[in-house]
Structure formats: structure tokens, C-alpha cells
Design a protein around this ligand. Structure first.
Ligand SMILES: *Cc1c(COP(=O)(O)O)cnc(C)c1O
Length: 405
């Protein structure tokens, strides 16, 4: 295989670290990814040589910083194949992006309007809509999952109606790794004149996304899940929809003219970018995308699928181990429990072996309630992980089971 795993791993300095005197095995990529040296260098370079506020100064530094930041926007635009650069809004991340859109929807939702939300959403794609509903009298309708964690499209058919104003759903579930059939969901919703917002936080560094081909209305992600820095992310929206959407926060940068009698807003994307943004973060986001491009999303997806299959087969050898959402059309996330063992206990023992997994609800309490469990152990892989690391984890899980049972 041509996947240059050794060369790739050398780009991630953190992978050389030890934890509890064991080599770090980082399997918590769904919570946040690690950062390659190229991204770290981009942050340091900006603060060392280019630090200035953007879009404001006539001076050289400000121009350079602005150019670097806007170049990052172009990289994001191309990565997601958006039609226009002004359709890319830089935000603080997925949570911020969803709140931005949900806040705009408050202005036009009417009592009894309906928003359809997937059952396996991250809390950040549930709570902002609940808040919008509470203020407007609109109603949240849940699109249920089946035992495998897959959305029940038959039910979507019956949920979509004249009252439906929006469908919000993730591209990939962070709890289970399920890849949702968003192409079909978007087509069904558009058939009823309904817009669709897709939470792509868990998809964008694992499968390639083309917002124009999807014809998605809003697509959202966080840089830190894609080898970029924390505190920065994006909202993609179709131009005409973003133009209609009221601004979220008011302040500098987002205005055209300010009078005490009234203010006019700046055009896209600035209308949604009030205040000094995370300049270094935006530049780092661009560097992360350049890095991912050098490896290639298709190659990443293929390699990570191998990791997924390897982990799934290995873990299933452990007696009493159950994988939730055990299907093949998923990203490299394995969410599991062993008998009645508490996920926290398993996770704690794995940590002592240097293995970082997430345990608990993964910000998706409705999924845990659906399965009637307190949480899961979640191992989520990235393209810099290896089968050897997975083998160590599988042995570690077996050891944990032996100790706890
Ligand atoms: C991580 C994640 C979020 C939240 O992202 P933040 O960067 O914390 O705002 C939302 N949805 C999904 C599917 C996620 O994986």
C-alpha cells in the first residue's frame, strides 16, 4: 500500500510522547484530532512575524495578516467545493456555527412550525434548536434511529410536511460513526421546499465533502477535528440563504455604516464575523486543509476504513463485547461496552496503559438513552493511527476485562 504512515506519523510531534510511561496511543480523535507540525508552524509564524489585526490597517503587517486569513478562506472554500468564497463564514467552531443559524431562525419561526432533528445528534445540534423553539413556539420533531444507529428514512417521509421549516442532521455520528445518507435526506427535504443543515464536524476530515454536489443548504464543521486549531470553524451556507439570515452578533467588522438612528450591515461573509476573529486560528485552519490535501481525503478514507475493520474484527473476539452501530458504512469509530462493565472503569484502565479513548455519553445523551446504557467506550481513529496500536488496545481491553470481572 502506498499510504506513507511512517512519514505521516513523523509530522505529529505529540505521537512521540509517553503517558504513564507508555507510548501514547491516541484514539480520541472524534473529540479532537492531533496537530501536525505544519499547523503548529503556521500558528507560530503568524504570531512571530505577522501579528496584526485584519481588514483594518493600511499598514503592511495588517495587509499580510489579512491576506493570510483570506487565503485560508479560499482553501476552505475549495476543500468543500463551495461556489463562492463569501459563502464561507469563519466561526469559533461547530457549536458557534449552529447557534448562529439557530439564532437567525428565531426571527422567522412561527408557533407550530416544525424542525426535524436526528435522534443521534450531538447536543450542540439539539439545544440551540430547543432554545429557538422555546422562544417562538415552534416544535422539535425527532427523526428516530434504528437498532443499528441508522436514521429511519421512512419516518422522515411522514414527518416532512407543510409545517416543516428545517431538517438538522449530522453527516457522521460522533457517538457511533454512522455515515448518514444526507444526499437522500436533502433530496427528500427539498422535495417539500425544506432547507437542510448538516453538522459535518465528524465527517470533514474523514470523507470528502462537496457542498454543491450535495446541494446542502448549510454545512458546518470545526477546524480542531480536522488537524487544525481549536476555537475556529466554519459555516457554509448558500449565498441567498446567508443574505436572508439575520446577523448573530453585532459589533465591529460586521457593519457598513453605524448611526444612532440605525445601522446597515456589511456584506457576506463579514456580516456574520463581528469583532476581531481568531486570526491565527483561521490561518491554522488553512494550514490544516493544505496538510490534509497533501495526503488526500480518498486515501485517508480508505486507510481509516482498514483500521476500522481491523479494530472491529479484533474487538469482537472479546467475550461479551458489544459494538453499537456495527455497520460497515461508517467512519473509523468503534463505540462499545463489555457486559455490565462500566465504560469509565474500562477507559481508566486503558489510560494507565497509555491508551486514550473517550468514555461516557459523547455529548449524545439521547443515543445512550435509546440503547438504555450509561455510556460507551469510544475508540476513534485517524489516519496517523496504526493497526499495531489497535492490537495493543485490543489486548488492553482484554486485560481490563480480566481485571474488572
Ligand atoms: C465535536 C462535535 C460537535 C461540537 O463541536 P465543537 O467544536 O465542540 O463546537 C458537534 N457535532 C459533532 C458531530 C461533533 O463531533
Amino acid at each position: 500500500m502506498g499510504f506513507a504512515i511512517d512519514k505521516i506519523r513523523a509530522d505529529f510531534p505529540i505521537l512521540l510522547r509517553q503517558v504513564h510511561n507508555k507510548p501514547l496511543i491516541y484514539f480520541d480523535n472524534a473529540a479532537t484530532s492531533q496537530k501536525p507540525q505544519q499547523v503548529i508552524d503556521a500558528l507560530v509564524h503568524y504570531y512571530t512575524y505577522q501579528n496584526a489585526n485584519i481588514h483594518r490597517g493600511v499598514h503592511a503587517l495588517s495587509q499580510e495578516a489579512t491576506d493570510a486569513y483570506e487565503r485560508a478562506r479560499d482553501l476552505v472554500k475549495t476543500f468543500f467545493n463551495a461556489r463562492l468564497r463569501e459563502e464561507i463564514i469563519f466561526t469559533a467552531g461547530t457549536t458557534h456555527s449552529i447557534n448562529l443559524v439557530a439564532h437567525g431562525f428565531r426571527s422567522w419561526l412561527q408557533p407550530k412550525d416544525e424542525i426535524i432533528v436526528g435522534q443521534a445528534e450531538h447536543h450542540s445540534n439539539i439545544v440551540p434548536w430547543q432554545m429557538a423553539c422555546a422562544l417562538t413556539g415552534a416544535v422539535l420533531k425527532v427523526l428516530p434511529i434504528d437498532e443499528n444507529g441508522q436514521l429511519q428514512l421512512e419516518t422522515l417521509k411522514s414527518l416532512l410536511g407543510p409545517q416543516t421549516k428545517l431538517v438538522v442532521v449530522n453527516h457522521v455520528s460522533n457517538a457511533l460513526g454512522t455515515i448518514n445518507p444526507i444526499e437522500t435526506i436533502i433530496e427528500m427535504a427539498h422535495g417539500h421546499g425544506v432547507q437542510v443543515l448538516v453538522d459535518g464536524a465528524q465527517a470533514s476530515s474523514h470523507i470528502s465533502v462537496d457542498v454543491q454536489a450535495l446541494d446542502v443548504d448549510y454545512y458546518i464543521t470545526s477546524a480542531h477535528k480536522m488537524c487544525g486549531p481549536t476555537g475556529v470553524g466554519m459555516l457554509y451556507g448558500k449565498k441567498e440563504l446567508l443574505e436572508a439570515l439575520p446577523p448573530y452578533q453585532g459589533g465591529g467588522e460586521m457593519i457598513k455604516e453605524v448611526y444612532f438612528e440605525g445601522t446597515t450591515y456589511a456584506g457576506l461573509p463579514h456580516k456574520f464575523e463581528a469583532g476581531t476573529p481568531n486570526i491565527a486560528g483561521g490561518i491554522g485552519f488553512g494550514a490544516a486543509i493544505e496538510y490534509l490535501n497533501t495526503i488526500g481525503l480518498e486515501e485517508i478514507a480508505a486507510y481509516e476504513h482498514e483500521l476500522l475493520m481491523h479494530a472491529t474484527q479484533g474487538l469482537k473476539q472479546i467475550e461479551g463485547l458489544k459494538i453499537y452501530g456495527d455497520i460497515t458504512h461508517k467512519t473509523a469509530v468503534v463505540s462499545f461496552n463489555i457486559g455490565q462493565l462500566h465504560p469509565y472503569d474500562v477507559g481508566t484502565l486503558l489510560d494507565r496503559m497509555g491508551i486514550a479513548v473517550r468514555t461516557g455519553q459523547h455529548c449524545t445523551q439521547p443515543v445512550m438513552d435509546f440503547y438504555g446504557i450509561p455510556g460507551t467506550v469510544r475508540a476513534s481513529f485517524a489516519f496517523y493511527n496504526t493497526k499495531e496500536e489497535i492490537d495493543i488496545m485490543i489486548k488492553g481491553v482484554q486485560r481490563a476485562v480480566n481485571m474488572l470481572q
